[in-house]
Design a protein around this ligand. Structure first.
Ligand SMILES: [Zn+2]
Length: 514
């Protein structure tokens, strides 16, 4: 009898302890980088919003049997991720924010929130959207809840965002091979602080660095970014530090917040500030050393070099309209120039794959004609026709593929010796399978032209040679050609001879302090 009572008692006790210690953690966030130098606009559906338990499918570390999944009571609200694009319409932003806030209201209160954002969202008529978003989230969940923010290193960290979050971090690799690892770290740090009862960090150091660079000059595969970013992980592992991060910032929006930033969080004031200042200084000191990741040239120079080369596949980045940086993705200028060249007029000319151009009407014609059929129609130039009008493509349908998440339908149209990938909607071509599933073999192609900046890992591994072509578009890599009006000045490299900035760490007040 006594034993049974004891057992029941101990069961109840352990149950109540467990219930007490299982933190309630919400998940929310919107991710996009959007160029205000592109005429494109981004609508709500581009975010492919996920709700409730569906949110877990975006994170392998939240799989059903994962240990993280068992460490908290997870309450996912809404997570939306869009391909980069033009500014988000105010309606789309307000709708997504309202849905997030409604869901957060429904499931509260919370011990923690995993805030998964990119950090370079531009919204029509609204400054610092991520700062606005987190302030509105705080109004719903209160200032006690511990927020851990995970970002892209191309995001921007305003003072307001820094103040309203508790923990904050970003990727340490570009290309972002550590994206999932970073999000996981943000979640682990959050749980660690909740489970240990340490809660909010005592110190958050923030240092704005007056440098604005295109991502293509800051690949962590090469110096100086390689060494600067390699120092972040050891810095973050020091006693008294929770995390450390360096943001390059986003160059294709025109707000005061667009510049590099360093943030370090932790409980030891001296080490937090010293580490932040060291990281900021290393970035500033290296500013003149950042260069493009590959040889650059005009399109004509790139094509001349590729045609004369004996290294194939020769990759050319059509960088000004890179849809994964925020270009409209439908600028026809580069393809127009390629098709003008006499070398590609005959079917037996050097083989070139062009990836890609959206052309929903032409895709329809291609489906009607079928594989092997002939088509004659227009593609591109719907969103961004500032540099060239829609392009007329007269050729043979080589393949038709349905069902891609972004493109929906993709067709290959052969014009002379050029295989042009035409899509119903815009899509980035980053993987070998993106080509092979269309029956194309990029390894056997003489030249591959992709709307991209630095080559993503699979393409980089495959290239025999590569030029980053400085083509026109909404994400022009030549920042000095962009009409900035509102970014803070002086900023390097726009103001080359600027004085040394003050890179002293500024301590951001805790989220529950005014
Ligand atoms: Zn990025």
């Amino acid at each position: 009898m006594k034993i049974a009572k004891l057992l029941i008692l101990s069961f109840c006790l352990s149950f109540s302890l467990q219930a007490k210690h299982m933190p309630r953690v919400a998940i929310a966030g919107l991710g996009i980088e959007s160029s205000t130098f592109s005429p494109a606009l981004t609508l709500e559906e581009a975010f492919h919003a996920k709700y409730g338990d569906d949110v877990f499918t975006s994170y392998p570390f939240f799989s059903k049997d994962s240990s993280l999944r068992k460490q908290a009571e997870w309450l996912p609200a809404l997570v939306g991720k869009s391909l980069p694009g033009g500014a988000v319409t105010r309606e789309a932003y307000e709708s997504l924010v309202k849905q997030t806030l409604d869901l957060l209201k429904k499931n509260g209160p919370y011990d923690g929130l995993f805030f998964d954002i990119h950090g370079a969202m531009s919204v029509v008529g609204l400054d610092d959207p991520e700062g606005d978003f987190i302030v509105r989230i705080r109004k719903v969940i209160g200032t006690e809840t511990l927020i851990s923010t995970s970002m892209d290193l191309h995001g921007n960290v305003s003072w307001r965002l820094a103040q309203n979050t508790d923990l904050i971090t970003c990727y340490r690799m570009a290309p972002h091979e550590d994206a999932m690892q970073t999000k996981k770290r943000a979640v682990e740090n959050l749980l660690e602080r909740l489970e240990s009862g340490q809660g909010k960090p005592a110190y958050k150091a923030w240092i704005p660095i007056p440098v604005l660079l295109p991502g293509e000059k800051t690949s962590t595969r090469i110096e100086p970014a390689k060494t600067i970013y390699a120092a972040v992980t050891p810095a973050s592992k020091q006693k008294g530090i929770i995390d450390a991060a360096i943001w390059v910032g986003y160059a294709w929006a025109d707000e005061p917040r667009n510049h590099a930033v360093v943030m370090v969080t932790g409980d030891d004031k001296a080490i937090v500030t010293k580490t932040a200042e060291q990281l900021a200084k290393s970035f500033w000191d290296a500013r003149k050393g950042f260069a493009f990741v590959a040889p650059t040239g005009s399109l004509q120079e790139a094509l001349d070099k590729a045609l004369a080369s004996n290294k194939h596949p020769f990759f050319i980045s059509d960088s000004g309209d890179n849809p994964t940086a925020g270009g409209a993705g439908d600028v026809t200028w580069t393809l127009t120039e390629i098709l003008k060249r006499p070398e590609f007029k005959s079917e037996t000319g050097p083989s070139l794959i062009y990836a890609s151009i959206p052309g929903p009407e032409l895709v329809k014609s291609a489906i009607a004609a079928g594989v092997g059929g002939k088509v004659d129609g227009y593609a591109g130039g719907k969103v961004d026709a500032r540099f060239a009008p829609p392009i007329r493509l007269v050729g043979t349908v080589m393949s038709i593929e349905q069902g891609d998440r972004n493109a929906e339908t993709e067709v290959v149209i052969k014009v002379g010796s050029v295989n042009v990938i035409v899509t119903a909607k815009r899509k980035p071509y980053h993987k070998e399978a993106d080509f092979t599933r269309l029956g194309l073999n990029p390894r056997k192609s003489d030249i591959v032209v992709v709307k991209i900046g630095y080559l993503e890992p699979e393409l980089y591994a495959m290239r025999a040679d590569w030029i980053l072509s400085l083509t026109p578009g909404g994400v022009d890599q030549n920042l000095e050609r962009l009409p900035y009006k509102r970014i803070k000045r002086p900023t390097f490299p726009l103001d080359k001879d600027m004085a040394e900035p003050d890179l002293k760490a500024q301590l951001v007040p805790a989220s529950d302090k005014k």
